[in-house]
Design a protein around this ligand. Structure first.
Ligand SMILES: [Mg+2]
Length: 179
């Protein structure tokens, strides 16, 4: 594995109805340690997140940057880092970058010149797994606030490719074993 791509809300931070200010960004237990583990293992780490509130006019790119500045500061002071963050501001489901479409993941694979087979996408919704599947990445689904509800939403072809875990910290341990 060379590249670990993370969904953000529900994987790194608690998924509230909205996360529009730095104060509303709250790490999930173990997520900081998990991202430090990725760094220690030498993986490139990236985030691919749908942020349609931008095009909906609920918050600005500057607001998103402020949230990410806070996140990165906390991660870096604990031995972790994120090498690149990509987001999709659109709420148009036909936008090739908006998950479940794979555009953002393909962009990251090309940017880092990594083969899909050397990349894993970690998300918490079926739409994440679909995007990762279409990009050709390995797939890990973190159980989110809906418990294992996503498992039941997923078609068999996605379930077969997906490793199911309870947290990002557990995901980091699973990936270590794949080496
Ligand atoms: Mg999510």
């Amino acid at each position: 594995m060379k590249l670990v791509i993370l969904d953000r809300d529900g994987v790194i931070n608690k998924e509230l109805k909205w996360v529009e200010t730095p104060d509303e960004f709250e790490f999930i237990d173990g997520a900081i340690e998990a991202i430090a583990n990725f760094k220690k293992a030498g993986y490139i780490t990236a985030i691919a997140t749908n942020q349609s509130h931008i095009d909906r006019g609920r918050f600005s790119v500057a607001d998103l940057d402020a949230i990410h500045d806070k996140m990165l500061k906390e991660l870096r002071s604990n031995g972790g880092d994120i090498d690149k963050i990509v987001y999709c501001p659109s709420f148009d489901n036909s936008d090739p970058r908006r998950k479940p479409n794979p555009g953002m993941l393909l962009e990251l694979l090309a940017h880092f010149n990594v083969e899909p087979n050397d990349a894993v996408f970690i998300g918490d919704y079926e739409r994440d797994m679909q995007a990762g599947y279409d990009a050709g990445c390995h797939l890990i689904l973190v159980e989110n606030k809906h418990g294992d509800g996503e498992y039941h939403n997923m078609p068999d072809y996605l379930k077969e490719k997906t490793t199911f875990v309870k947290s990002l910290l557990e995901a980091s341990k699973v990936i270590e074993k794949w080496k």
